[in-house]
Design a protein around this ligand. Structure first.
Ligand code: SF4
Length: 380
């Protein structure tokens, strides 16, 4: 097959061989270049690959006249989590989510909390076969409400995530994505359009921070966020990890929050989470609670209605107040929902104002959210 024909074939929906995982799964979103290289157009790195080369993310490799996704149908493990841990605070509170991931990442965050998965190349070798239908079936078997793509960025395994979201929907499950949002336009619309909710990082609010600390670009991520908000029906929440001395000033958080309120809407929940030294950033202290509280005040003053604190115990920063009457409608302790004062359509029981997010009659804020299950990959 010529490179042009292969690109055309890959741009269409690739057929998945019976039995789940393909030995060679043709990737989408790439094109041949005049100099013979193949350019990946999934994320803004646009890796240009010669025969046998892998992209920066490691899980996309040129093989002959196409690029393959080597992580398709390969999971590095699963775990049953409360949805609050993703974090998604306005999505079926108290429900359980089957979380899973693959290997590889297209960013290079110095502070990565999951660096063993995102960077370790041996992880891919240790992955187990987990075709989309099997993940969905496992989620049903353990009583999960949804499947979340979370341990590494689903951008790098977008085809697999999209197929898994479809398999979930066929079984009446929901699908969530947790991502850094550094992805090109068309795959962004397909990936985030395929899931019901997404938590996307807005890791800082300067290009310098993004370039030096994450290897990505702020403007690209902002474009993704606006696309998800304006061109999909996916529920969107944001996370910013506050790193002492790098992105934690109230002025920067105030600018970030003002942009979110103006471009994405004041009802977009923002999670400000505490940094803990990890990976290649061991020289910074954990984020003090006072810093998190100060940043939360700045974000609220900038116009956001829902600003939460994560990776710390803080009752105020974990509570959802009704924007109509100011009463606490969801009170959380850790990842457990303690008080739930919404009706079956997500309206405040005190004043009737609807809380933005995904809520329904199956949302009691039940205690099963705290199940300490951990499923071994060998259980597939
Ligand atoms: S998805 Fe991977 S291979 Fe494609 S451009 Fe991004 S880092 Fe490179």
């Amino acid at each position: 097959m010529s490179a042009a024909a292969a690109a055309e074939a890959a741009a269409a929906e690739p057929a998945r061989p019976a039995g789940g995982r393909a030995e060679l799964y043709p990737a989408r979103w790439w094109r041949p270049l005049p100099d013979g290289r193949l350019q990946c157009d999934l994320c803004p790195r646009h890796c240009r690959l010669r025969e046998g080369q892998r992209g920066f993310c490691f899980v996309r490799r040129r093989t002959g006249d196409l690029i393959e996704l080597t992580a398709y149908g390969r999971s590095t493990g699963v775990c049953l989590d409360p949805v609050e841990k993703k974090p998604l605070n306005h999505v079926h509170p108290g429900s359980s989510v089957l979380s899973f991931g693959t290997a590889g990442c297209n960013l290079s965050c110095k502070f990565c909390q999951n660096w063993e998965i995102s960077t370790a190349r041996s992880v891919e070798v240790l992955s187990v076969d987990a075709p989309p239908e099997r993940i969905a079936a496992q989620a049903v078997a353990v009583g999960a409400r949804a499947v979340a793509f979370t341990y590494n960025d689903p951008v790098v395994f977008a085809e697999y995530a999209i197929d898994t979201a479809r398999a979930c929907h066929e079984r009446g499950l929901l699908a969530y994505a947790v991502s850094a949002g550094w992805i090109c336009e068309q795959p962004a619309l397909e990936l985030f359009g395929a899931v019901d909710a997404a938590n996307i990082d807005l890791k800082g609010f300067t290009e310098e921070f993004y370039r030096k600390i994450t290897g990505a670009r702020l403007k690209d991520v902002q474009d993704t966020l606006v696309r998800v908000r304006e061109r999909t029906s996916t529920w969107l929440e944001l996370t910013t990890l506050l790193i002492p001395g790098l992105n934690d000033s109230p002025a920067e958080i105030g600018r970030l929050a003002a942009w979110v309120a103006g471009e994405l809407g004041a009802d977009t929940p923002l999670h400000l989470t505490a940094f803990h030294p990890a990976h290649r950033m061991l020289d910074r202290p954990p984020t003090p609670l006072t810093t998190l509280r100060r940043a939360r005040r700045a974000a609220l003053e900038a116009g956001l209605h829902f600003v939460y604190l994560g990776n710390v115990r803080d009752e105020e920063g974990a509570t959802t107040l009704c924007p109509g009457c100011g009463e606490p409608v969801i009170v959380r302790r850790g990842y457990t929902v303690e008080t739930y004062a919404l009706d079956e359509s997500g309206c405040c029981r005190h004043c009737g104002r609807r809380l933005p997010g995904l809520f329904d009659a199956d949302d009691p804020g039940g205690s099963e959210a705290a199940l300490p299950w951990r499923l071994a990959p060998t259980g597939w």
